[in-house]
Design a protein around this ligand. Structure first.
Ligand code: SIN
Ligand code: MN
Length: 202
C-alpha cells in the first residue's frame, strides 16, 4: 500500500502521484467528458452562482440550485453523465478500494479568481467511504478546518498530479479552496485548475 507524503488532520496527501504523461492522458479524457456534458455554474441555495464551473462523470452528478445541493442522474442539459475515466478509477482502486467503484466523479474547474468556500461533503449516504480528490493544472490553496464550522485551520498548496484521500476522521471535516495561482502550471494552455472528487453516493 502506498504511503501518503503527508497527513494533515486525517487528510492523506499523495504529492505528485500522477506524472506529467499521466496528467496529460487524464486531461484528454476530461476534455471528452466536457464535450459531452458541458461545464455549468450551479446556483447555490443562497442564490449566488458558484465561481467554480462543474460537470460530472458516473452514475450520478453533483449539482446545486436554489432548492439545495443534491446528486442527479442527468446533466442539466438532459443527457446521462459520461462514464468515469479508467485512469481515475485506477487511482480509486489503488488508494481507496477495489471492492466498489465510485458512483460520481465531480469535475470542478477553477478559472482565474474562482474559489470554494469552506464546506463539508455530506450529500452522500455512507460516510464510511472516503472522498478521493485529484488536482490538475494550476496550484490551489486547500484549507482544512474542523468537524464543526470555525476554529483554527491549516492550509496546503495542491499541485498538478497531487491526490488527497479524505476518509475516516477527515470525511466530515470542513475544507475549501481559498484561491488558485492562476497560470502557475503549463498543463492547461489557458490556465486554470481542475479538481476531481470521486464519491460513493448510495
Ligand atoms: C471540493 O471540496 O469539492 C474541491 C476540493 C478541491 O478543489 O481541491
Ligand atoms: Mn468538498
Amino acid at each position: 500500500m502506498r504511503a501518503p507524503t503527508i497527513t494533515i488532520r486525517g487528510f492523506r496527501v499523495f504529492k505528485g502521484l500522477m506524472d506529467s504523461a499521466g496528467q496529460r492522458a487524464m486531461l484528454a479524457e476530461l476534455r471528452e467528458i466536457v464535450a459531452a456534458a458541458p461545464l455549468f455554474s450551479p446556483d447555490t441555495p443562497y442564490g449566488k452562482p458558484m465561481s467554480v464551473r462543474m460537470t460530472s462523470a458516473g452514475k450520478y452528478g453533483w449539482t446545486s440550485d436554489r432548492s439545495g445541493y443534491r446528486y442527479a442522474d442527468r446533466h442539466p442539459g438532459g443527457g446521462a453523465w459520461p462514464a468515469i475515466p479508467a485512469p481515475v478509477l485506477a487511482i480509486w482502486r489503488e488508494l481507496v478500494s477495489d471492492a466498489r467503484d465510485p458512483d460520481c466523479c465531480l469535475i470542478n474547474f477553477y478559472g482565474e479568481g474562482a474559489r470554494m468556500g469552506m464546506h463539508q461533503d455530506r450529500d452522500e449516504a455512507d460516510f464510511t467511504w472516503p472522498v478521493l480528490s485529484v488536482s490538475l493544472g494550476d496550484e490551489g490553496l486547500f484549507r482544512i478546518g474542523n468537524q464543526a464550522r470555525g476554529g483554527k485551520t491549516e492550509s496546503i498548496w495542491l499541485q498538478s498530479g497531487d491526490v488527497v484521500v479524505m476518509g475516516g476522521e477527515a470525511r466530515l471535516t470542513y475544507h475549501g479552496v481559498d484561491r488558485i495561482k492562476f497560470g502557475s502550471s503549463s498543463l492547461l494552455p489557458k490556465g486554470g485548475r481542475i479538481n476531481l472528487t470521486c464519491r460513493v453516493v448510495e
